[in-house]
Write a protein that binds this ligand. Structure first.
Ligand SMILES: Cc1ncc(COP(=O)(O)O)c(C=O)c1O
Length: 487
């Protein structure tokens, strides 16, 4: 085949009619998938297949001409994936996305407008700016606030900490690096997400710069401990430049006392960052948002829309109370992209984000907010939170279960109690229960360790989950536990 013929084949793949046909087929496959879940025809939540088996399922050799089996493969990948729209998916903090937002995500992937500079993705850049302003208002920030979207809470936390460091250190870190900066520390909750430690190490400060603050009985950072530890560090001549508050924590879904932490930060001139990756969406609920009182005093906040705002991954807002600080993390010059002072080019996000080619992240959230309104998001938050509280009440009334702590959000930790077991046996039992539950493919739950005890952990994040699903889970856990005892 000559090169002209080959090109013709390639061009055919861009034919609008072919796209229309494939698009309809793909939407049909996905709609059938959702329908089967709705009618309970798909009862599995995850595939019980180990990585080695999966390696054998997916061939790694690609022929020159292809096999033309995309439909078959698509059905296969759906079957062999986790089903987040199954009401019995109550595992990690990943949303069951609004189907509409997933379709819009696809639009973003076809348009493929890089959104780090206005010139490359004009509409999306402005949509992102509008969402940042909308979120800023919900936080309670004034007009000075500004921020950007980035790919996930992990990069979001890193971005905020980079800005905090540049603002709080008395040297230009961008130019001079971190030489002789090993006297600087970050205070975090002992319950903080691992992305914070990771950020400190990536920043060249090392995990040694992380000072873990113990938590109280409800897993909130203990304010008196903050004071005590800070005084000790000061006496040793150490400089704490930032405190990270959880809103909420990953393991137990607990909100730190943001007002108290803000008081402390103000008194001691420390940057306050709020990790709201999971929990900031609670700001949409008048009923529950008071738990975040004080957030408007934080210097920066991270907020994931792919957790509690029903969006497909990834879409994370990093917002700064003083928008000028959003330019502190990255200070690079790139004449082929930028012409003016960074703040004069607020629409060129590359001044403020790690990413160069940036996805059209805002599009899906902007159109969902504009099209459906904010109430559906509020409903989602209030429904999942009150369902979690109901589930906690049920657990509290059962002799054979125990709660780790009363849930403040839609994350709940509990364990099955077996009368004859000590804590070590109980820990092993929870691990076995979780393994068996996953093996059954009937529910997706996870586990976590708190103060040396192992707990089963659920995030009730799927608006399709009902109290019956949770009751059935408890019944199933009892069944599983009894089969483990008889092994
Ligand atoms: C509190 C908290 N911060 C940060 C992250 C990391 O976010 P991402 O998974 O979007 O990188 C998570 C993820 O679970 C989280 O719970």
């Amino acid at each position: 085949m000559d090169i002209k013929q080959k090109n013709k084949d390639l061009n055919l793949l861009f034919e609008p009619d072919l796209f229309r046909e494939q698009g309809h087929q793909i939407v049909d496959i996905l709609a059938d998938y959702l329908q089967n879940l709705k009618e309970n025809k798909t009862q599995t939540v995850l595939p019980n297949i180990d990585p080695k088996q999966m390696m054998d399922i997916w061939p790694g050799e690609f022929s020159a001409k292809g096999d033309g089996q995309w439909e078959e493969d698509l059905n296969k990948v759906i079957n062999l994936s986790n089903h987040l729209h199954n009401p019995k998916y109550i595992g990690h903090q990943v949303s069951a996305p609004l189907p509409f937002s997933s379709l819009i995500e696809m639009v973003g992937t076809l348009l493929n407008n890089g959104s780090a500079v206005y010139e490359m993705g004009p509409s999306n850049v402005i949509m992102e700016q509008k969402i940042i302003l909308w979120m800023s208002k919900l936080i309670g920030y004034d007009k000075k606030a500004d921020g950007i979207f980035t790919s996930g809470g992990t990069i979001g936390n890193l971005t905020a900490l980079l800005a905090a460091r540049q603002k709080m250190f008395n040297t230009n870190v961008w130019k001079n690096g971190v030489f002789n900066q090993d006297n600087n520390y970050i205070m975090v909750s002992s319950q903080s997400h691992y992305s914070i430690n990771r950020a400190a190490s990536v920043m060249g400060l090392g995990e040694r710069s992380i000072i873990k603050i113990p938590v109280d009985n409800e897993f909130r950072m203990d304010i008196s401990e903050i004071e005590k530890i800070y005084t000790r560090l000061k006496k040793q001549g150490k400089n704490v430049f930032a405190i990270i508050a959880n809103a909420c924590s990953t393991s137990t879904g607990t909100y730190d006392d943001l007002n108290e932490i803000a008081n402390f930060c103000k008194k001691n001139n420390i940057w306050m960052h709020v990790d709201g990756a999971h929990g900031a969406s609670i700001l949409l609920s008048d009923k529950y948002k008071t738990i975040m009182k004080g957030v408007e005093r934080a210097d920066s906040i991270v907020w994931d829309a792919h957790k509690m705002l029903l969006m497909p991954s990834l879409i994370t807002a990093v917002i700064f109370k003083d928008g000028d600080n959003s330019y502190k993390a990255f200070s690079q010059e790139a004449s082929y992209l930028f012409n003016k002072k960074p703040s004069e080019e607020w629409y060129n996000y590359a001044h403020r984000t790690m990413e160069c080619t940036k996805k059209m992240m805002g599009l899906k959230l902007y159109l969902s907010l504009k099209n459906f309104g904010t109430d559906i998001f509020k409903t989602h938050i209030e429904y999942t939170h009150s369902l979690t509280k109901n589930f906690a009440n049920i657990i509290n009334n059962k002799d054979d279960f125990e709660l780790a702590v009363k849930p403040q959000s839609n994350i709940i930790c509990f364990r099955y109690l077996s009368k004859e077991s000590n804590n070590r046996d109980l820990n092993n039992l929870q691990v076995k229960i979780k393994k068996r539950v996953l093996k059954s493919e009937k529910y997706y739950i996870v586990q976590t360790d708190l103060n040396g005890l192992t707990w089963l952990r659920c995030t009730i994040i799927n608006p399709l989950t009902k109290i019956e699903d949770l009751n059935q889970l408890l019944t199933y856990i009892i069944e599983v536990a009894s089969s483990i005892k008889h092994d």
